[in-house]
Design a protein around this ligand. Structure first.
Ligand SMILES: Cc1ncc(COP(=O)(O)O)c(C=O)c1O
Length: 396
């Protein structure tokens, strides 16, 4: 009989010629175990998804209970479904007055797609602004605002009218004018290698948008839900977006996304034509129940209060002549090395030594640190020990 690995290569679509090919059997907390019983410390959370840890009991309980009550009943937006209502209410209680209306979808790209459509409808304009090295997802619509020609060029023509600006560059904000529907930006750039900007920049961005009636869409799909050290990363910078996009950890490990705005803005999807955005599975009751349980866990366990201390621990432990810089905010960090070759060797060596990490789409010489938020101080020590040992192993 063929092994799963052979069958995977035969029947499951491949998007690279060098997949990791790890075969996991189970996962709990910050650890995963492969089919041979080898343990791995998960330092990337399936790319910023497993914030409350693998096998979280509260999440499993909520999923089981909801699956027993009901799963799919009706396409989004027709039936009043308890899990959707309660999760939207909880999110809104944590958000400012201008973000009180939630549209649930299935993924990050869908959240951005929905937000782009909403901005277009509300403003009556079609042009968009996004950032160089931005990653917002891989659908046709979202590819149109991606900040890298490498990944876009094979799929042209895309949606016209997007202008790329440099994240953090105050001068580029002068390009914003009344011909644009929206500016789309990650509050913390993820796939660019974890790049932050300043309060001065975000305040200027907001001012430019307001002056020209341009909607500000913040993508917190990777940096939101507590990972930055605040529930929403925009809270670090004293601004509020017109539309907020969430996904990844939003569903507590289940597929879920959301774009959130004011009731007034969101109403433009309900009129002329009505049904301006449609999804069958968006806001699936089981995913919403899981998301609510995960959010309650983050709050009840006060996980956000500990993020700064955990970030400091990583920064204090990860000192080595080969490490050029530790970048980022909270538990969304990157280790900058000199070359892709060394970065890859170190990451491969980490995996051999029982720690999972990877590099970034637009920054192949930096290594990703985005562990489950529940990671303990001892586990951080263990992670840093493995990373430093792996650096020494590849560069004797
Ligand atoms: C910042 C950001 N936005 C959007 C997305 C797209 O999310 P999805 O893969 O669920 O479509 C990602 C995925 O990595 C992301 O990091």
């Amino acid at each position: 009989m063929n092994s799963y690995r052979q069958l995977f290569l035969q029947h499951n679509a491949q998007t690279t010629f060098f997949p990791l090919l790890l075969e996991m059997e189970r996962a709990e907390g910050v650890y995963m175990w492969d089919v041979n019983g080898k343990r791995y410390l998960d330092l990337i959370s399936g790319i910023a998804v497993s914030n409350v840890g693998h096998g979280n009991k509260k999440v499993i309980e909520a999923i089981t209970k909801q699956a027993q009550n009901y799963m799919h009943l009706m396409v989004y937006g027709e039936f009043v479904q308890g899990p959707q209502v309660l999760f939207a209410q909880k999110l809104c209680a944590l958000l400012p007055q201008s973000l009180q209306n939630v549209y649930f979808v299935n993924s990050g790209a869908e959240a951005i797609d929905g937000a782009l459509k909403l901005a277009k409808r509300y403003t009556g304009r079609y042009k968009t602004i996004s950032c160089k090295n931005a990653y917002h997802g891989s659908s046709q619509g979202v590819l149109s605002i991606m900040g890298s020609e490498t990944y876009k060029q094979a799929y042209r023509p895309l949606i016209p009218g997007n202008t790329l600006i440099e994240f953090g560059n105050l001068d580029d904000l002068n390009l914003i004018d009344e011909t644009f529907a929206c500016v789309v930006m990650e509050t913390v750039q993820g796939e660019a290698g974890i790049r932050t900007s300043t309060t001065e920049y975000f305040l200027a961005l907001k001012t430019h948008c307001e002056k020209h009636g341009v909607l500000l869409i913040l993508d917190e799909i990777q940096c939101g839900m507590g990972r930055s050290g605040k529930m929403f990363a925009f809270e670090h910078y004293g601004i509020v977006p017109d539309i907020l996009c969430l996904s990844k950890s939003l569903g507590g490990g289940m597929p879920l996304g959301a774009f959130i705005s004011s009731t007034q803005i969101m109403h433009s999807l309900a009129d002329k034509p009505m049904l301006g955005h449609i999804t069958t599975f968006g806001g699936h009751p089981v995913c919403c129940a899981a998301g609510l349980a995960a959010l309650n866990f983050v709050i009840d366990e006060k996980l956000i209060d500990e993020i700064k201390v955990k970030e400091k621990l990583f920064r204090a432990r990860l000192i080595h002549p080969k490490i050029k810089e530790i970048r980022g905010i909270g538990l969304l960090l990157s280790i900058q090395f000199d070359t892709f070759e060394n970065n890859k060797k170190i990451i491969d060596c980490c995996i051999k030594n029982g720690l999972i990490s990877d590099w970034f789409l637009f920054c192949d010489n930096a290594m990703r640190l985005a562990p489950p938020l529940i990671i303990s101080q001892n586990e951080i020590d263990e992670a840093c020990r493995i990373i430093l040992q792996s650096i020494d192993e590849i560069t004797p």
